[in-house]
Ligand binder design. Structure first.
Ligand code: AMP
Length: 144
């Protein structure tokens, strides 16, 4: 399965981005309200300059304390996130996420952000694919 099929099945919700100068406290509010675990950081809404994960916030809180909530997201984000394209396979994306130990991957086309996939999206798509393969194989074995 390709990333473009995963994006299609998610619907065309667009990607929630925040500007580098946004305070971490505001980013945390957006994460909570939208019930998501990561935000793409972008000045123009098109270039993925960084990614801020709930894990980045939790780690900073543990190491530096509550003052980190007043920092701007560009001080805490991971710069130059690993991205994929619509043509990448779900297996390739899953491997990169597993090897890199992250759960979010911006999808870019010609340097522009066109979507985001999470490890949850990819696992869900793979499970659906495996269920379809299983029922096709069962059909072949049973002869219908
Ligand atoms: P996550 O598991 O995606 O919530 O994030 C775990 C860590 O990896 C955090 O430090 C994130 O900033 C970072 N991270 C998340 N997504 C990516 C990505 N696509 N490329 C590089 N780092 C990432």
């Amino acid at each position: 399965m390709l990333v473009q099929q995963i994006l299609k099945s998610k619907g065309n919700d667009g990607v929630i981005t925040i500007k580098p100068g946004t305070r971490v406290s505001e980013a945390a509010q957006i994460l909570a309200e939208r019930r998501i675990g990561g935000l793409v950081v972008s000045s123009d809404g098109e270039t993925a300059e960084g990614i801020l994960s709930e894990r980045d916030i939790v780690r900073s809180l543990a190491v530096r304390g509550a003052n980190c909530m007043q920092e701007t997201v560009d001080e805490m984000m991971t710069r130059n996130p690993v991205c994929c394209t619509r043509q990448d396979s779900s297996d390739a994306v899953l491997t990169r996420m597993t090897d890199g130990r992250f759960r979010h991957m911006p999808v870019v086309e010609d340097g522009k952000l066109v979507g985001i996939v999470t490890i949850g999206d990819v696992v869900k798509a793979r499970l659906q694919e495996l269920a379809m393969e299983k029922s096709a194989l069962e059909g072949m074995i049973m002869g219908h």
